[in-house]
Design a protein around this ligand. Structure first.
Ligand code: PEP
Ligand code: MN
Length: 336
């Protein structure tokens, strides 16, 4: 942001006012006059990118400020994104109760997903998530049951009045997945698969966009811009941990990024503590931290028999534990 001052502005005073608003001044250039006033020329202040969120009109009102110029954003649609996204009867975003997206890492069979859905519904969950096409690091790991799993997932969700969240792993299955999903997931490894983002955008569905384990916040926002510029009905960002240096936790959950999206960019953001930490006993404390940082809800993995899960069992909660988690998060949001 560049702030140009009037010729008679008291530069030091303007800087003090800006600093009091939480802005960090990266550089000051004065065309002439070095004695504290911009006399004889116009001073320009460059505000560093990591400053506080401010409304430009408030800056215009500071005595001595002539104009405020914002750099062109590379993601105008994300910048203009509303604070909420609606998925059927569920609203995700600022100002509403935290949402819980839950379900098994993989849809393993019709009976399995019916059982998990029944118990999650009992726990108050409205968004049922399950993998039909699984992005696995190894080609020898279980890849998901594909189209039959989409049918089982849809049937289970419909039986309990829930909404479906699931992901395509390649362009080839985008149309198919969009037929079954109310909220289309983009997995971490696909966050920068631009042809997939374009194809998913064209389905005009709302999208849950997981952050790549090595993406900067700007790259994540730009991936959201791909989706919106190709027609997505809305984007819910989902932080799932970036790659850290310590294998004790599966990933490094970046709650700073969550606060940035929630409070500075003001877009809906969820947190996936299951993949973030990789072990079920730490999912609840991290979910609480996520809400405190500004997340609008969480995505957690749940299984009717976590010990027997075909993928990610170590981080899966029993459905009843998801109920405990939901109560804890609702209590936080209610100020209890
Ligand atoms: C998942 O959500 O099941 C998954 C594979 O997560 P991620 O894409 O974040 O690794
Ligand atoms: Mn998983």
């Amino acid at each position: 942001m560049i702030i140009s001052l009037k010729v008679d502005a008291d530069v030091e005073r303007v800087i003090r006012e800006l600093t009091a608003k939480g802005l960090w001044i990266a550089s000051v250039s004065r065309a002439a006059g070095q004695d504290g006033a911009a006399r004889g020329g116009i001073a320009q202040l460059t505000v560093a990118e990591h400053s506080a969120h401010v409304v430009p009109s408030e800056l215009d009102a500071i005595p001595g400020v002539a104009s405020v110029a914002l750099p062109d954003s590379l993601h105008p649609r994300v910048d203009a994104h509303p604070p909420t996204v609606t998925v059927g009867d569920v609203v995700i975003g600022a100002g509403v109760a935290p949402v819980i997206v839950a379900g098994p890492c993989s849809v393993e069979g019709e009976d399995q997903i019916l059982e998990v859905a029944r118990r999650l519904h009992g726990a108050g969950v409205k968004l049922l998530r399950g993998g039909a096409f699984k992005p696995r690091s190894s080609p020898y790991a279980f890849q998901g049951h594909g189209e039959p799993a989409l049918k089982w997932l849809r049937r289970a969700a419909d039986r309990y009045g829930m909404r479906v969240v699931t992901e395509p792993v390649g362009e080839a299955e985008v149309e198919l997945v969009a037929e079954y999903a109310d909220l289309v997931q983009i997995g971490s490894r696909n966050m920068q698969c631009f042809s997939l983002l374009k194809a998913v955008g064209k389905t005009k569905r709302p999208v849950m966009l997981k952050r790549s384990m090595s993406a900067t916040i700007e790259e994540w926002l730009l991936a959201g811009e791909y989706l919106l510029s190709h027609g997505a009905a809305g984007v819910v960002f989902c932080e799932r941990g970036v790659r850290g240096f310590d294998p004790k936790t599966r990933n490094l959950l970046d709650l700073g990024a969550v606060a940035m999206l929630a409070h500075v960019h003001r877009v809906p953001v969820l947190v996936d503590p299951s993949h973030g930490v990789g072990r079920r006993d730490l999912v609840l404390p991290l979910a609480r931290a996520a809400i405190a940082a500004g997340a609008s809800g969480v995505m957690v993995e749940a299984h009717h028999e976590p010990g027997a899960a075909l993928s990610d069992g170590a981080q899966a909660l029993a459905p009843e534990a998801v109920g405990d988690l939901a109560r804890a998060l609702l209590a936080m949001a209610g100020g209890a």
